[in-house]
Design a protein around this ligand. Sequence first.
Ligand code: NAD
Length: 288
Amino acid sequence: MAVLYDRVALIGLGLIAGSMSLAMRAGGLAGETVGYARSPETRAAARQIGLVDRVAESAAEAVAGADLVVLAVPVGVMGAVAAEIAPHLKPGATVTDVGSVKQAVIEAVAPHIPAGVHFVPGHPLAGTEHSGPHSGFAALFRNRWWLLTPPEGTDPEATARLAALIRAMGANVEDMDAAHHDLVLAVTSHTPHLIAYTMVGVADHLKRVTESEVIKYSAAGFRDFTRIAASDPTMWRDVFLQNKEAVLDILGRFTEELFMLQRAIRMGDGAQLHDYFTRTRAIRRGII
Ligand code: NAD
């Protein structure tokens, strides 16, 4: 495949940045990938496993001369990283991010982007419960959605070139309004993660059921919860703090439905439970 960017800088060397580098290198999509992460241990690990073509010793060094800069750090530090790299960005370069929340990241990053540099925010809907430099793999984005949320006035050519790179990594691209993105993700990802964390927390606190019993007799439902609840605590702390309004909206609705089901169980209202589960099954069948 053709080289789409001569030099790509990846800030953060975890699951998403690592997978991007591996996918770009596998497809010959970048002339060079340069990576930087804050911790020296992460940089050493990335260097040892050859995650990127070159590991830089500072964010400034990583972005120097880069045609595409990818911010792949927790959403709570996106603004600080943008401020750090801003003076070193190449005129005409594109900056994108992969944060799971879009409005807060745009608010934090956009003010730091110098004139003549394009900012095209994005979010790959692909991930695993693993994190860090060893967790990436080239096929992560294959057949997954990657949402771009360019604010009005974003250069269409910069957006189109980034979309071409994303497609070349195997993902499907769609544009979406940032506020709508945050609501959709609150329903499809953020609140489900919170529920998983809660359910695993409940099992932990339930003293009448031992930890070894929870592990030994984990049925599929709980097993899925534990997998999700093993996700990176820093990333998810930031997601909830940065997508507060949408998550609280969905959580409020969730709590109401839960109370309704709780009441139906208490009252022995089998018809209501059956109706509810019939509707939810139809939604699931629509997904497959
Ligand atoms: P990760 O924990 O695997 O990697 C994060 C990397 O950022 C680490 O290398 C860490 O050293 C580095 N880092 C943290 N603070 C830094 C700073 N101030 N300066 C430089 N480097 C710093 O996380 P990830 O899963 O790759 O997530 C990265 C971003 O992608 C997050 O914004 C997350 O919301 C988003 N995202 C994650 C998933 C997922 O499922 N994991 C999916 C889509 C998007």
